[in-house]
Design a protein around this ligand. Structure first.
Ligand SMILES: Cc1cc2nc3c(=O)[nH]c(=O)nc-3n(C[C@H](O)[C@H](O)[C@H](O)COP(=O)(O)OP(=O)(O)OC[C@H]3O[C@@H](n4cnc5c(N)ncnc54)[C@H](O)[C@@H]3O)c2cc1C
Length: 509
């Protein structure tokens, strides 16, 4: 089979197992500290201990300081402005007021997310209905041979213990949910029993795993969290390049119309979210299996690019709008897995999410989809964008790391579901969703919601580390109040010293 991606025609063979190995030196932040301490002998250890105690004292102090910053900025008042590149359409400048292209302001988004949506979503994705995702993990890349660039065991999806698997999903003793390849019959039986009322409907925006044969497995998402896997280099870069290439159009126009800009911002926002989760759960030191927050990576990939953070807010509001538009459908859907208590809780949480009074009053229409597809070429443009998005779903089969592929597929499917709800359904009556689409949609919203929280938390951490390192260097300064008015917006000099993140972890933070 041959596919055209705008990258030339590519081979369809390939599909190699995940390759395991060691992490590249450049990102082993933890080892930097180890070398420094060891090199100084016993005196070095004493110094390190004193230094560590200082870290503890300063961090406790700064932690309480940044706590008050959180309160200030949660009100959303006076975030520092920042110019974004003009795209020919009306856009708000900076981080004040409305999120660009949306109908909700930054402060309200932060508040709603922290107090309403994030807590509910965190619980929802733990329920049996939402934590098992059916996915085809071992797929051949239709564009080029899989070169298996995954470097860590954390790259591969682990098997879930069968005791955790809902009884209704199991049809025989050997039902495996992860790396094994259950028989097709097993999956079909499970579907019919556990998810009555859910239909198989096509989504014009995605290439659907479920309607194709073979190799579908159930994955427990809680056992396979999205985090650093060591997947990087040429393979990862090529995927992102190919994804962004889907945003290039024949006539060379860039960002000149709302629809194309929306398309780009959705991908960029998702990319920001993935980078955020990598930085938030990072393998700081492979030798001691020390995991923690990598603030340098967070700074370099996310925080120092305001437009990437803005795109994350945009993607979040776009997906939230889709969930709100589908609220009656979601509130009435059947979340049956055979565990009555859990299933009742699932239903309650979904209802709390889509029926939130605070959400309805503070941000009733997070994104106005009615503004799109109005030009004379609307149908043609929509077909074109659908083709491009389907290519992106197919590209997920080329991701050379199993766990990244799992989350890539789930989140792209979630975006495809949001696109379907907003742009391919005539009113809520015409809405029909697959079970997997609903799981993907709400897990995606949960990932984005978590990213918003992490961005604030890690921006505070960067600021306090920066202030701390300045204090250590002799200029005894505390975080500047004016820098903190937006919790994630960083100034030019807000860059964490490379070795500090691992110091925090080595001393028990
Ligand atoms: C679908 C998918 C899922 C992945 N999941 C994981 C995972 O779970 N764990 C893991 O460790 N790795 C994962 N990766 C790999 C990870 O995303 C990076 O590719 C890798 O860490 C290397 O990062 P990098 O610094 O080279 O920049 P990349 O993140 O690869 O970015 C490539 C280029 O894209 C541009 N760019 C970066 N961010 C944005 C943005 N937000 N908006 C617009 N442009 C941007 C920049 O020019 C950058 O140089 C995944 C990759 C893909 C394609």
């Amino acid at each position: 089979m041959w596919w055209s991606l705008g990258l030339g025609a590519m081979r369809t063979d390939g599909g190699e197992a995940v390759r395991k190995g060691t992490m590249a030196e450049e990102e082993r932040v933890g080892s930097v500290v180890e070398v420094r301490v060891k090199g100084k002998g016993r005196r070095g250890w004493r110094l390190a201990m004193v230094f560590g105690l200082l870290v503890v004292a300063m961090a406790v102090f700064l932690g309480s300081f940044s706590g008050s910053v959180v309160e200030v900025s949660r009100t959303g008042s006076h975030l520092p402005g920042h110019s974004t590149s003009s795209c020919g359409c009306q856009r708000t400048q900076g981080f004040e007021g409305m999120v660009e292209d949306c109908c909700c302001d930054y402060g309200t988004v932060d508040l709603l997310n922290k107090e309403v949506l994030h807590p509910v979503l965190q619980e929802l994705v733990k329920t049996p209905f939402f934590r098992y995702y059916k996915v085809k993990l071992w797929c051949d890349c239709p564009f080029w041979p899989d070169d298996g660039m995954c470097q860590l065991r954390d790259c591969s999806v682990c098997e879930c213990p069968e005791s955790e698997f809902p009884a209704m999903f199991r049809s025989s003793d050997d039902a495996s949910c992860q790396e094994g390849r259950p028989e097709g019959a097993v999956d079909r039986t499970v579907d019919a029993m556990a998810f009555q009322g859910w239909t198989d409907t096509d989504n014009p925006w995605t290439i659907d795993d479920e309607t194709e044969s073979g190799d579908l497995t159930y994955v427990n998402l809680l056992l396979n969290p999205e985090k650093y896997t060591g997947y990087k280099g040429e393979s990862a870069r090529r995927i992102w390049e190919a994804i962004y290439a889907q945003n290039c159009f024949e006539n060379g126009e860039k960002d000149s119309c709302t629809e194309r800009r929306v398309f780009y911002r959705l991908i960029s926002g998702l990319h920001t979210s993935i980078s955020t989760h990598i930085a938030a759960e990072y393998l700081m030191d492979e030798a001691t299996n020390l995991w923690g927050r990598n603030t340098s990576l967070m700074h370099d990939r996310v925080l120092q690019h305001p437009e990437r953070v803005q795109n994350l807010y945009f993607t979040y509001l776009f997906v939230l709008r889709a969930v709100i538009k589908a609220q009656s459908y979601l509130a009435e859907a059947e979340y049956s897995t055979g565990n009555e208590v859990e299933d009742r809780l699932t239903h309650k949480l979904v209802t709390a999410l889509v029926g939130s009074e605070r959400l309805r009053t503070a941000c009733p229409i997070p994104f106005d989809e009615a503004k799109l597809w109005r030009g004379p070429d609307a149908d043609e443009l929509k077909n074109q964008l659908q083709r491009h998005f389907r290519n992106i779903t197919a590209l997920m089969d080329c991701v050379g790391c199993e766990k990244c592929r799992l989350w890539g597929k789930l989140q792209i499917s979630g975006l495809g579901t949001a696109l379907k709800i907003l742009f391919s359904v005539d009113g809520e009556n015409g809405l029909d969703l697959q079970r997997n689409e609903v799981i993907a949609l709400l897990n995606l919203l949960s990932r984005l919601s978590e990213s918003l929280e992490l961005i604030h938390e890690m921006a505070d951490l960067v600021r306090s580390q920066n202030s701390f390192s300045t204090a250590i260097d002799g200029a005894s300064t505390l975080p500047n109040e004016s820098k903190s008015s937006s919790r994630w917006f960083l100034q030019e000099d807000d860059k964490p010293p490379k070795s500090l993140p691992s110091l925090f972890h080595n001393f028990g933070f």
